[in-house]
Every structure is written in structure tokens, then in C-alpha cells.
Ligand binder design. Structure first.
Ligand SMILES: C[S@@+](CC[C@H](N)C(=O)[O-])C[C@H]1O[C@@H](n2cnc3c(N)ncnc32)[C@H](O)[C@@H]1O
Length: 242
């Protein structure tokens, strides 16, 4: 039997891709029993609906239309509520440890001696692959799976030199936060050594009713009609669409 969210604890919880059926049992139980929930903007309303009616839900998404909250502001909220003896769920889309600044949040909790637990979730890469009904690896052509982002701390698309030689043969590459300059990204990836004809799928708003799939090749990504954010790219020969 799963224990309830405990006073004074912070839980870094993966909310998965949005469908509440894809939450872990632990995540669902913590959501039902936490006093305070701090969700990112990609966390779905259906997942938040599992929270206790008495829970204090404080959105901390950096694009949620509210005055922008800083990462330090999120740390302050976690600490403030935990130190007031409330149980806090810090709810992140997908898996909390994948491109979610979890390292900084863990550091702030450790520095303040706040006990915490991390609950994994289904990351976008795996949710998208399931939705597309494609494997991410293949014993004949993809023995490596690389999770990358085109976004770095300064918020710019990285340039060719930093990716040059990064991607081995026989790999599937998944790019989170690809930005919107697909021509530059395509050129950078080709310059890094990925063949231009490599299959590439851009999936927008995956696993939602507005999901948009754009199947193309790496070279044609430059002019492809990719849907609105959030978008994730799957690149490699293992990706098989019907
Ligand atoms: C800040 S990262 C968070 C990743 C998250 N921790 C995970 O494990 O999926 C946000 C990026 O994840 C990807 N993403 C998350 N949800 C998505 C969705 N429903 N459809 C497409 N991409 C998604 C996009 O690349 C988006 O820019």
C-alpha cells in the first residue's frame, strides 16, 4: 500500500504525457494526497483533476500566461510550503529527470535539508513512439537511443560545432525542444554527419486530440509543415510509420 504524501516532504513527480491512465500508481496516489501541487505548463488538466479538492494548485509553468516565474521562484515555493509542514508535489511533464531542470531543484532541496522523493514518469520520447506505434531501437539498424535537446541555457539553437560528430551510426535520435528554426536545425544535424535522407518525424502535441504528425526526411525537415509546440523529433531508420 502506497504511503500518503507526508508533511514537510517534496515529491518530484513525473506526470507523463498527459493521459492520467499513463501515470504511475505512486504518482496518482501522491496527487490525491498532497497539500500543494506545483505543476509545469505541459501538465494536462486531466492529470490535475486527480488532485484533492482541498489541494492548493499553484501553476509554475514558465509559459503559462502568468507573470513569468523564475527557477529560483519555483525553488522558493517548494521550500516555503515544505518548511510550513505541507506535503508538496512538484509535478513535471513526462519524466522529472529528463530536460526538466531537476538537478537544480534537487540541489535546492538538499541545501535546505528538505526530504524528497523522485517518482518517474513516461517521457515524451516513449509516449510519442507508442502513439506512432514505432520502435525506437531496432536490432538491425538502431542499437543506440540518444535523447538530446536543441535548446541550451541561453535559449538558442546550438550551432554545428557543438554537435559535430555527436551522433554515432546506427542510432535513433530524439530531439526535445527543437525550437522553430527547422531549416537551421536540419542543416546542423546534416553537418554533424547524419545522412540527409534519414527518416525524420516531427510530432506536435503528441497524445492529445490535436496531435499533428509530420513524417519527412532530415533534409526535407527544413521546409516541412511542423505543427505548433510542443514538438518532438524522432530521427533514424528504426522509426517505422504505417
Ligand atoms: C521541458 S521539456 C520536458 C520533457 C519532459 N520532462 C519529458 O520527459 O517528456 C519539454 C519538451 O518535451 C517535449 N514534449 C513534451 N510533451 C510533448 C508532447 N505532448 N508532444 C510533443 N512533444 C512534447 C517537447 O519537445 C517539449 O519542448
Amino acid at each position: 500500500m502506497s504511503t500518503d504524501a507526508e508533511p514537510g516532504f517534496v515529491y518530484l513527480v513525473g506526470a507523463g504525457p498527459g493521459d492520467p491512465d499513463l501515470l504511475t500508481l505512486r504518482a496518482a496516489h501522491l496527487l490525491r494526497t498532497a497539500d500543494v501541487i506545483l505543476p509545469d505548463d505541459l501538465v494536462s488538466d486531466e492529470v490535475l483533476a486527480l488532485a484533492s479538492p482541498t489541494a492548493d494548485i499553484i501553476p509554475v509553468g514558465k509559459r503559462c500566461g502568468q507573470p513569468r516565474i523564475t527557477q529560483a521562484g519555483i525553488h522558493a515555493l517548494m521550500l516555503e510550503h515544505a518548511q510550513a509542514d505541507r506535503s508538496v508535489v512538484r509535478l513535471k511533464s513526462g519524466d522529472p529527470l529528463v530536460f526538466g531542470r531537476a538537478g537544480e531543484e534537487i540541489e535546492s532541496l538538499r541545501a535546505a535539508n528538505i526530504p524528497f522523493e523522485i517518482v518517474p514518469g513516461i517521457s515524451a520520447a516513449f509516449a510519442v513512439a507508442a502513439s506512432l506505434q514505432t520502435p525506437l531501437t531496432d536490432r538491425t539498424n538502431a542499437s543506440k537511443l540518444i535523447l538530446a535537446t536543441a535548446h541550451h541555457a541561453a535559449g538558442k539553437v546550438e550551432l554545428t560545432p557543438s554537435w559535430s560528430g555527436s551522433f554515432p551510426d546506427a542510432a535513433t535520435l530524439v530531439i526535445y525542444m527543437p525550437g522553430r528554426d527547422f531549416a537551421a536545425l536540419s542543416a546542423d544535424l546534416i553537418a554533424s554527419g547524419i545522412p540527409p535522407g534519414t527518416p525524420c518525424v516531427a510530432v506536435s502535441k503528441a497524445t492529445t486530440p490535436d496531435e499533428h504528425i509530420c513524417a519527412t526526411t532530415l533534409v526535407n525537415l527544413a521546409s516541412a509543415e511542423v505543427g505548433p509546440a510542443p514538438v518532438i523529433l524522432l530521427i533514424g531508420h528504426a522509426i517505422q510509420l504505417p
